[in-house]
Design a protein around this ligand. Structure first.
Ligand SMILES: Nc1ncnc2c1ncn2[C@@H]1O[C@H](COP(=O)(O)OP(=O)(O)OP(=O)(O)O)[C@@H](O)[C@H]1O
Length: 339
């Protein structure tokens, strides 16, 4: 006998494993609860960094801003990935979450086995000291002005109580690796912007983090100096094995790194992969785990696509067409489409 939904009356219809009578309504609710939990549970994906359906909503003075709207991103151990996107697309928000400075509103984010939504204070502190390193855009923000370059690199190691001799040796090794060994005795004001950023990279990797996060590290630099910074990031990635995620506005970045991920409206939309041997780049649309993809605005505007499209499965591709037929280029009545 079923209960009437919403009435609050429950009729015993069976026994649970302890022999306690269970109503149909209880069973239904239990089942629904299990289903909801299973649906919300992210599918485990391999990767050093795994973001699934990441949402970050800011609330300020009664106004809500959805900075991340279900972002998926997987970065393998040892990768160097650039994140690009228009201003306000959510790049810094993503980096703030990955660095452990901010927590997402919903979704899942794991970095090197740390669940970024569940971290308590102590784990978060250790995570920020040892698992991730950070380089900011503002050169002045990365270094303490009254310390020399070598002292700046040694500082994070002192938090982990690394012996002084070891600290000095590693600082010198890192500064040499990044091409700024000549700056070891200089203070911030005695170095160029590019040198300061390379010292900042040395500081960020001093404690051997698994991940290096850089937010617009070339934002205040000219093109040549920017290339030096990307070369330093590639060096840190190749020689130290640190996984690098760099947010940038630099339009030429896809020539500097193997993988460039574009964020649009708080979600990953496209990726450019660059072949290591030929240097050829190919752009892909990103398909999320629900099969959703974002069509490039220039395509949809060109074909007047706004709310709906027609999909057709061909033997080796899918066509996406406007819901109303468009005249072909030669006025031949064929429809415009996107193979
Ligand atoms: N603390 C905050 N409070 C309210 N809204 C915020 C806050 N931080 C960011 N936002 C909003 O969230 C959205 C994403 O911001 P975010 O800084 O992540 O973008 P971005 O892609 O890094 O932009 P930019 O390239 O200009 O730095 C924007 O609409 C921004 O106004």
């Amino acid at each position: 006998m079923r209960t009437t939904p919403g009435r609050g009356t429950t009729q015993p219809t069976g026994m649970d494993e302890r022999g306690v009578p269970v109503s149909t309504e209880t069973l239904d609710l239990e089942e629904l609860r299990h289903k909801a939990v299973a649906a919300a549970r992210p599918q485990r994906e391999e990767g050093l960094i795994v973001c699934e359906n990441l949402v970050r909503i800011y609330r300020a003075e009664g106004v809500e801003v959805q900075a991340l709207q279900g972002l998926d991103l997987t970065v393998a151990d040892g990768e160097l990935v650039a994140v690009v996107g228009a201003s306000g697309s959510g790049k810094s928000t993503l980096l703030g979450i990955l660095s452990g400075q901010d927590t997402p509103t919903a979704g899942a984010a794991r970095v090197a086995g740390h669940d970024l939504l569940a971290m308590r204070r102590r784990e978060r502190r250790d995570y920020r000291r040892q698992v991730v390193g950070f380089v900011w855009q503002q050169t002045a923000r990365n270094l303490l002005p009254y310390l020399t370059a070598a002292e700046n690199v040694m500082l994070p190691m002192s938090y982990l109580k690394v012996p002084r001799g070891e600290r000095r040796a590693r600082a010198e090794e890192l500064l040499d690796l990044l091409g700024v060994g000549h700056c070891r005795h200089r203070r911030q004001g005695e170095m160029s912007g590019g040198e300061q950023q390379r010292v900042a990279i040395a500081v960020s990797v001093a404690n051997r983090p698994r991940v290096l996060l850089a937010d617009e590290p070339t934002g205040e630099l000219d093109t040549t100096t920017s290339e030096e910074i990307f070369a330093a990031l590639r060096r840190a990635n190749a020689e130290l094995g640190v996984t690098v995620v760099v947010v940038t506005h630099d339009p030429l970045v896809s020539e500097q790194v193997g993988r460039t991920v574009r964020i649009r409206n708080g979600r990953t939309s496209t990726e450019v992969l660059r072949a290591a041997d030929t240097g050829d780049s190919t752009e892909f649309a990103v398909l999320d785990r629900h099969g959703r993809l974002q069509l490039p605005r220039e395509f949809t505007e060109r074909l007047g696509i706004s709310r709906r499209v027609r999909l057709a499965l061909e033997h080796d591709h899918i066509t996406v067409r406007p819901d109303t037929p468009q005249p072909g280029p030669a006025g031949d009545g064929t429809t415009g489409g996107m193979p």
